[in-house]
Write a protein that binds this ligand. Structure first.
Ligand SMILES: Cc1ncc(COP(=O)(O)O)c(C=O)c1O
Length: 374
């Protein structure tokens, strides 16, 4: 398995990492290994313990994130693996406006008295630091889904590590292209590979990366015995997606900045959230440590929940669907989901900007905003 040189830039890593060794007639791409078991005497042994196609994907994500990587059956499976390694009664500090699936899972674990959770406003650095004393895990997601709040990662990671608190960062929105939390001192970085890394809305997968052998061992054990393993075909699809990930992410991010600027001027939009906008309250903080701002834009419609739903239903190019990070633009009113945080406004639309032509996208968005007003 070819992990290539560590000094290569992400654009090169995405294309070269996780390929088979080169030799006469060797395969260029890692084959899909469809095996539930392996002949005894080797390092894998059984299909729940390892798989060559997972390994190829893990090498590629690991090279991008700068840590040894494990893949899981979904982003939530990866997150669950982290929480499952905590001792009963562990104290977790997490965002009060993070991904609703994580907030729900933490709420359930807390109700079952497995952990206690302190939800904080992650963009308020002082508030997060004040919550750290006695914590076992700081779970950071930045930028957050869907509010696009930015956590001051370098400061918060340093403060947490000073107190010997485990730090995990959900890097799904930013990706390794614009921030590498492990290099900032985080213990674990998580990705919903479902999103930008795979990039074609055809696969669910997750990953965890770490440079600590003890964490790796515990997280590998959680996968092995919880059975939250990726399918080999899904791993192959994700690795194929990674080959174009930097190209897609860069194009989508450029589109997102332009769409955010235009939304910011639109009479039917009351507020735009995008850390790349100079007027965004998160901009200065984000600029200090991020190398870009990603491709998710959230905005509030000048109407009510019903007319905001109508905006999402009225578009022809942007699809009304949940999820994000694919080549195709998607949007939805986040509060249509009962588990979404009540602090997210009813009229907030989360737009995952894709790789289409930006003027075609804008014409579609503008027409949908106007159609819902009638
Ligand atoms: C920020 C973030 N983290 C984690 C997840 C969970 O990932 P998955 O859907 O792959 O389980 C999502 C899914 O939307 C997400 O947006």
């Amino acid at each position: 398995m070819n992990s290539k040189e560590p000094h290569l830039r992400p654009e090169t890593i995405a294309i070269t990492a996780g390929r088979p060794e080169v030799g006469a007639d060797s395969a260029l791409n890692q084959p899909i290994s469809l095996n539930s078991t392996f002949v005894a005497g080797g390092a894998i042994g059984y299909g729940r313990y390892g798989n060559e196609t997972w390994t190829a994907l893990e090498v590629a994500i690991g090279a991008l994130e700068g840590g040894k990587t494990l893949s899981y059956s979904s982003g939530m499976a990866a997150i669950s693996a982290v929480f499952s390694t905590l001792p009963v009664g562990a104290k977790v500090v997490a965002s009060d406006q993070g991904y609703s699936g994580v907030m729900t899972l933490l709420g359930n674990l807390s109700a079952a008295k497995k952990v206690s959770v302190k939800f904080v406003a992650i963009a308020d650095t002082d508030q997060v630091i004040a919550a750290l004393d006695g914590a076992d895990l700081l779970w950071l997601e930045s930028p957050t889904n869907p509010a696009l709040d930015v956590a001051d990662l370098p400061t918060l990671i340093k403060e947490a590590k000073t107190r010997k608190i485990l730090v995990a960062v959900d890097n799904t929105f930013a990706t390794a292209l614009i921030q590498q939390p492990l290099a900032m001192g985080a213990d674990i970085v998580m990705n919903s590979v479902t999103k930008y890394l795979a990039g074609h809305s055809d696969v669910l997968l997750g990953s965890l990366s770490t440079n600590d052998p003890a964490h790796y061992k515990a997280l590998e054990g959680a996968r092995r015995f919880n059975g939250s393993i990726p399918g080999p075909f899904e791993a192959w699809l994700a690795l194929r997606g990674i080959r174009t990930f930097p190209l897609r992410f860069q194009r989508a991010s450029e589109n997102a900045l332009e769409i955010a600027k235009r939304l910011n001027q639109h009479p039917l939009v009351t507020r735009v959230r995008y850390p790349g906008l100079p007027t965004d309250p998160q901009h200065a903080k984000a600029k200090a440590f991020m190398r870009g701002f990603g491709a998710i834009v959230s905005f509030e419609y000048a109407g009510d929940a019903t007319s905001t739903d109508k905006v999402c239903e009225s578009s022809k190019i942007v699809t009304y669907a949940t999820s994000l990070g694919g080549v195709e633009s998607l949007w939805e009113r986040r509060r249509r989901w009962p588990i979404e945080s009540a602090s997210v406004p009813e009229t907030l639309i989360r737009l995952s900007v894709g790789c289409e032509d930006v003027d075609d996208l804008w014409a579609d968005i503008d027409a949908a905003l106007l159609a819902a007003k009638k």
